[in-house]
Design a protein around this ligand. Sequence first.
Ligand code: ASP
Length: 261
Amino acid sequence: MISYGVVAHGGAGSPMELSDGCRAACESAIRMLDAGEGSLDAAVEAARILEDDGRFNAGTGSVLRIDGRTIEMDAAVMDSAGKIGVVINVREVKNPVLLARAVTGTPHVALAGRGAEVFARQLGFAPFRDFSMRVGRRAPSDTIGVVALDKKGVFAVASSTGGASPMMVGRVGDTPMPGCGFYAGARGAVAVTGLGEESIRKMLARAVYDMIADGTGAREACEKGVGMFAPGIRMGAIAISRRDWAAAAKDAMAHWSIIRE
Ligand code: ASP
């Protein structure tokens, strides 16, 4: 049985060598959880560290859109206590996950584009343009995601992405779509990574969560979820429940976990 803990991933297809970034994120989150802080804040802090890492396709390391000059990012947070916050296609924000966290304090669930950026400036987030500006048909690593359980039994998820490349300006993937890229409920939390257009079609995060809620272990649920897609489709998932945790992907996926039994 898991008392509390955290799991982080660096994206479907990310090389295992990048797991040290996930480890640093988990170490920071577990310090918060050890101290009795909530899973949502711990997951957000871990995601912020991964956004700032620069090697992942999120925050500072976000990839360029197909026009070769635009960066648009999505992020989402959710916990089993009812908090949910999403930002979609934000530009010039260093940490979209902090903005998504801030949306949970508004009457809304999601803010997109210019309105989200105006909200960021109102919160005092300075305009940020110091992205690594990676170009490429495919990012060397992908979306980041974190799931956590705290001492009070609250589950949380935080995810952030620069998208999937190549992609059109304005394209939105699964990362900010509830039940597709992320889900947290009373029985667990799930973060999904991979080809967003495909995971949206199957609402993968909710499908994995439903299996866990029905009594399937997190490992089996993640493996079955990832297995729902044709061989060539990049997909990965992490999950945590009271019973176990899992990280499953079709190919490599950098990840780390720190679990207190
Ligand atoms: N799911 C992300 C998206 O489609 C990309 C990824 O996880 O690799 O935007």
